[in-house]
Design a protein around this ligand. Structure first.
Ligand code: FMN
Length: 333
């Protein structure tokens, strides 16, 4: 086996003082201290998902737990939209986390709050288009994460794939850009670097690791799924998200089709669809393992997931494979 490179050098690894430019995406209900710390201990950047917690105190306690599990930098992810996040952000700032990532809406007020606090923390904004990336940069974000339509969970509305989105964003901003959506291995890491990205963010791949909170049935479903086994739901309410195909996903799509046929008003759409897309429907499958009773988020990258390793084994494998690929490519010229 080729030796594991000690570290990789990009502006992003320098920014966060981490060994490898591999970020574990915020994973609603799945990414707690154990996962974040395992990823960070392996040289990447782990993240606790704010959406896992009902109160700022619970988030703060989990951050404290992560600090007991690792001395390495880790982050907290904030999805805008469900509940007011100010107090949660304050909890993360009080604990002095290394990074904060923001997704799902206008990041301005959270970025301003972070900047006003005077706390030294690196900020990353998830984007799916050039304008959002430029806005994040103008608001003072330290990096953007460009998420292509292949990705699992919530997506942008323009359906741009990672291969085009990442270089377009790189030509449009000067802060470091991470590639996300469809990346699971060393091939994806090298491809992202080739596009000009300074790191990668992996979501679905980190659902299927030992330290994630996902039910073993969910993880096994990811291992068995092919790249054709995902579908985008919630387009009818303007917030497209990629999930694994299944009974619950089919029900959601059926309701969406009815709503389109009826040309239903936005309020009516939300009212009729909500019971099918609620967090607790997701949790029934993701946490309880009842895959027929709920939907689970997953990206097309499921086609590349064949096992459930530890986070450390996964990261070492990705880095080693990336290194081997770069050596092979050098022989091409
Ligand atoms: C189960 C799951 C939950 C997710 N929850 C969040 C979240 O809470 N916050 C967030 O920023 N992104 C979330 N995402 C998106 C990921 O962080 C990441 O951007 C996306 O998964 C990248 O695509 P990939 O799945 O192909 O790696 C989630 C993705 C999955 C698969």
């Amino acid at each position: 086996m080729t030796p594991l490179p000690e570290r990789m050098h990009t502006r992003f690894t320098a920014l966060l003082a981490i060994r490898y430019p591999i970020v574990q995406g915020g994973l609603s209900h799945l990414s707690y201290a154990e996962l974040a710390a395992a990823v960070s201990n392996a040289g990447g950047l782990g993240q606790i998902g704010c959406a896992c917690f009902a109160t700022p105190e619970a988030l703060q306690a989990n951050i404290q737990q992560a600090k007991r599990l690792t001395t390495r930098p880790f982050g907290v992810n904030f999805p805008i939209g469900h509940i007011p996040l100010d107090a949660f952000v304050d909890a993360a700032l009080a604990e002095g986390v290394a990074a904060i990532s923001i997704t799902g809406g206008n990041p301005e007020s959270l970025l301003r709050r972070i900047q006003r606090s005077g706390v030294q923390v690196r900020t990353m904004v998830l984007v799916a288009g050039v304008r959002a990336a430029q806005k994040a940069e103008s608001l003072g974000a330290d990096a953007v994460i460009a998420v292509g339509v292949e990705g699992g969970g919530h997506l942008g509305r323009d359906d741009i794939g990672t291969m085009v989105l990442v270089p377009r964003i790189i030509e449009s901003v000067s802060i470091p850009v991470l590639a996300s959506g469809g990346i699971a291995d060393g091939r994806g890491l090298v491809a992202s670097l080739a596009l000009g990205a300074e790191g990668v963010e992996l979501g679905t791949r980190f659902v299927a690791v030992r330290e994630s909170n996902a039910h073993p049935n969910y993880q096994q479903a990811l291992v068995e799924a092919k790249e054709t086994d995902t579908v985008i739901v919630e387009r009818a309410i303007g917030r497209p998200a990629r999930v694994l195909k299944g009974q619950a996903a089919s029900s959601i799509l059926r309701v969406e089709q009815e709503l389109e046929q009826e040309r239903a008003e936005p309020d009516e759409r939300l009212l009729r669809l909500l019971p099918f897309v609620l967090g607790k429907v997701n949790q029934r499958a993701a946490l309880d393992g009842e895959l027929d009773e709920g939907f689970v988020w997953a990206g097309q990258v499921v086609g590349l997931i064949h096992d459930v390793p530890t986070s450390q084994a996964l990261i070492e494998r990705i880095v080693r494979e990336a290194h081997e690929i770069v050596q092979r490519i050098q022989r091409v010229f």
